[in-house]
Design a protein around this ligand. Structure first.
Ligand code: ADP
Length: 301
């Protein structure tokens, strides 16, 4: 097969592991930087040009689109979809998953366990929204944040009010969420491919920190998932329409609650923590599922 990897940098761990795994299985691979693509969208025959060359002949594409380039990255991916190239994750599903609030709304509609979450626009709602999530301590999250930036733990009602008022003042979009204390600074990353959790790790925050992001000094270990946790992760990925996803779960006393569904989950943390060949599993999934024009949305919607 001829496989494209949409990535800004071929040297990134995830990108280079996918190239390695694809080549090992005899596929031809090209890493394409979406920001260097330009598209012909005026004709009946959608085309993409890259470094002066018209791209063609791809069977499948693995999008790895950074949060900061979602709009243009998904436009390029959509163009590939219109050309009939099979994407492991579709542009529509990626755009959907980038919106934290929309993700929670879609999951709640299907009854997936979630932290109690509130969202409001007007300052007069500050108190009501604090009460809605059960009062302090609570977590306030900027909608645009990644890697734990813009995630604040407000331990008292007063702190919560100050942060919420400040975010309002900045006209920022944010959600207010019940603090899952029982998770004790740990969260679980479930790496879903198809309808299976193929690898999972528990990330634990460093001393004095509640955010377990590895970028913030969290440490990762292998974890055995309960049946319920597995089912929740697979269901969350399916609802979002993602064939490959990193589903982040907190262990609440009432059961697993989904915090986030990531459409370009990194491979480094999970492969190093579990010793599993996740890149190889992704390529195998593509081998089994790639067919021309096999997108649910054909880039529309
Ligand atoms: P980001 O997408 O920026 O990584 P997250 O929503 O994943 O932000 O939050 C970062 C970390 O903060 C999580 O990995 C988790 O450890 C912790 N955290 C987030 N939300 C909650 C919550 N409601 N209760 C307890 N811990 C939380």
């Amino acid at each position: 097969m001829k496989i494209a990897i949409l990535s800004r940098n071929a040297r990134l761990y995830s990108t280079s592991r996918l190239v390695e795994a694809a080549e090992l299985r005899g596929h031809q691979v090209q890493v394409i930087d979406a920001l260097k693509c330009y598209m012909d969208i005026t004709s009946d025959h959608p085309a993409i040009f890259y470094k002066g060359e018209k791209l063609s002949g791809f069977d499948a594409i693995i999008p790895r689109i950074g949060a900061s380039v979602t709009r243009f990255g998904t436009a390029v991916l959509r163009q590939f979809e219109m050309m009939g190239v099979y994407p492991i994750n579709e542009s529509v599903a990626i755009s959907r998953s980038r919106d934290k609030l929309r993700t929670l709304q879609l999951l709640s509609r299907k009854g997936v366990g979630l932290p109690v979450t509130g969202f409001a626009h007007s300052v007069s709602d500050t108190n009501e929204i604090i009460n809605l999530v059960g009062g302090a301590p609570l977590v306030i999250k900027l909608m645009e944040g990644t890697q734990g930036r813009g995630v604040v733990l407000a331990e008292t009602k007063q702190a919560a009010e100050s942060v919420i008022d400040a975010f309002h003042e900045l006209d920022a979009n944010f959600i207010v969420q019940e603090f899952i204390k029982e998770a004790r600074g740990s969260d679980i990353r479930c790496f879903v491919v198809g309808d299976k959790v193929v690898a999972s790790m528990i990330r634990t925050a460093r001393e004095g920190e509640f955010r377990s992001n590895l970028h913030r000094g969290g440490v990762a270990q292998v974890v055995k998932l309960s049946k319920d946790e597995r089912a929740t992760a697979v269901q969350a990925a399916r609802i979002m329409g993602l064939n490959m996803a990193g589903v982040d779960i907190l262990r609440a006393s009432r059961g697993p609650v989904v915090m986030e569904v990531n459409s370009s989950p990194g491979l480094e943390g999970i492969e190093k923590a579990t010793g599993k060949d996740v890149a190889g599993i992704i390529i195998e999934y593509i081998e089994k599922n790639a067919k021309p024009h096999k997108t649910r949305t054909k880039g529309s919607g």
